[in-house]
Write a protein that binds this ligand. Structure first.
Ligand code: ZN
Ligand code: ZN
Length: 148
């Protein structure tokens, strides 16, 4: 049951954010939120749609996508644009970067505080005000390398 997976703290946070933003906490939104808490990572709207199909058989992929975009606006998850315009959503809100496997497309989190704190080259500083930095490293992950 969803109550087991969803902590009270998470639910309170969701309720409060929806309230402040003037958004109704619908059953669909709640189910999608529960799914994100139960399976953290880098899901796409398609993945979430597949997983919640049993609970919400009539939900459209567009609704899932829009709900995820709303959660992004509320700051509950982060929208990511990765290779080939694939849009994924990140449940990890800590500052981190990504290693993306070009074969299996798996996205792994990287923590690199030196990079986060380093002074950026002047050329970048001169382009405008930097608000955040996100590094995307592309390569072939170990499990794919093992298969070859
Ligand atoms: Zn791989
Ligand atoms: Zn991530």
């Amino acid at each position: 049951m969803m109550e087991e997976k969803l902590s009270k703290k998470h639910l309170e946070q969701l309720k409060q954010l929806c309230n402040e933003a003037g958004i109704k906490l619908t059953h669909q939104r709640l189910e999608i939120f529960c799914e994100l808490i139960a399976h953290p990572g880098h899901p796409s709207a398609e993945m979430i749609h597949k997983r919640i199909h049993k609970k919400l058989p009539t939900i459209a992929i567009d609704t899932v996508y829009r709900t995820l975009a709303t959660f992004d606006e509320l700051g509950l998850i982060k929208k990511l644009h990765v290779m080939n315009e694939r849009t994924l959503f990140d449940t990890n809100l800590d500052i981190h970067h990504h290693f993306i496997c070009t074969r299996c497309k798996k996205v792994n989190d990287i923590y690199w505080s030196d990079f986060d704190n380093t002074t950026l080259p002047e050329t970048i500083e001169n382009m405008g005000k930097v608000e955040s930095r996100h590094l995307e490293i592309h390569g072939i992950c170990n499990s794919c390398l093992d298969k070859t």
